[in-house]
Design a protein around this ligand. Sequence first.
Ligand SMILES: [Ca+2]
Ligand SMILES: [Ca+2]
Ligand SMILES: [Ca+2]
Ligand SMILES: [Ca+2]
Length: 377
Amino acid sequence: MPGVNAVFEISLTGGAGVFAVAPRVATGSTSVSIRVVNASALDYERLQDPVIELQVTARERSTPQHLSSVAVVTVTVEDRNDNAPVFSQPSYDVSIPENVLGGATVVVAAATDADSGDFGTRGIRYRLFGNGAERFVVDEVTGVVEVATCDTPGSGNCLDYDAGSATYQLFVAAADEAGGGRSTVAPLTVRLTDVNDNRASFAEGYRNYTAIVDEGSTQFNPPLIVQAEDADGSASISYSIVSGNTNDVLSIDNVTGVVSVAAPEKLDISLLATDLVVLTVAATDGGGSLPDLATVSVFVREVNDRRPTFDPAVYAASVRETDPPGTLTSSADPEVSAVDGGVPPQSGTATVVVSVLDANNRRPTFQPAVMRVDVPE
Ligand SMILES: [Ca+2]
Ligand SMILES: [Ca+2]
Ligand SMILES: [Ca+2]
Ligand SMILES: [Ca+2]
């Protein structure tokens, strides 16, 4: 039977309170266990050194000498993958021009991970998903997001503000352990900005305009408006007259495309020397691209501004009562009207005095009672 001299106490030093030893008192011979009593303090990421040295001391309790012995226990803390990757921002929101070339950097969506080795940053792999993600590529190791290579940047199947989606809602995933471990997702919003990459143009069927306007008119009725198109979302089209505007008689509103009579007093066929004014009109978007052209044909309709006149104003005529109708100019009414073919018609009058010469005993009559003779202007 071991005596009191065989009783010893067991204590632990080192380990900063993380470990405890048991039993605390033993007699003769015992096996000692070291337990973790504060697991939360045992974080690989926060340890200065994953190697912890403990000393287990056995000391006689009852002998005068209190003889003791020390054993050194080395504990190596191993890492566990207990941290997920963390992106540099909770979300990313970027704007890029619609026509950027393939390979242009959209954003660097990089994450870090507190764990060691492949559990940590080194093991992170990136992945991109969401609607339209095929138009972008992410470097799986660096997290650099680029525009995918595309044949027609700004149009077609490429990024296109005007015809496609103007905003892409994507997501970047970062996963440690070479993509198979813990993962984190960050939203990535890519907003396209419009680039003036479409010409202003007159659509087919809107390249030729025709109108009729009266001499001296101040406006077209109905209004004469030319209309071009531009596929750019932020387009502003400007109109101008390139040629054909004789005497600057017409004008165009550069914003609305409304063609107006600029100088009504010059809208006169005799001044224009023609009744057809053919304008060439241009539409541009101010972006330096070639203007598109349309033709505006304006027919000027003559307006009668002079009355027909007779000279002299009084005609004297004799007619024999037996003469056939039409022998002379004649009407049952002694007044004769002359109406011209202008618009509006103008008329003048002259008085015709008709003396009927008696040729027999019968009363003179006109046959027919009413006759009409046109007198040219
Ligand atoms: Ca860890
Ligand atoms: Ca990790
Ligand atoms: Ca444009
Ligand atoms: Ca555009």
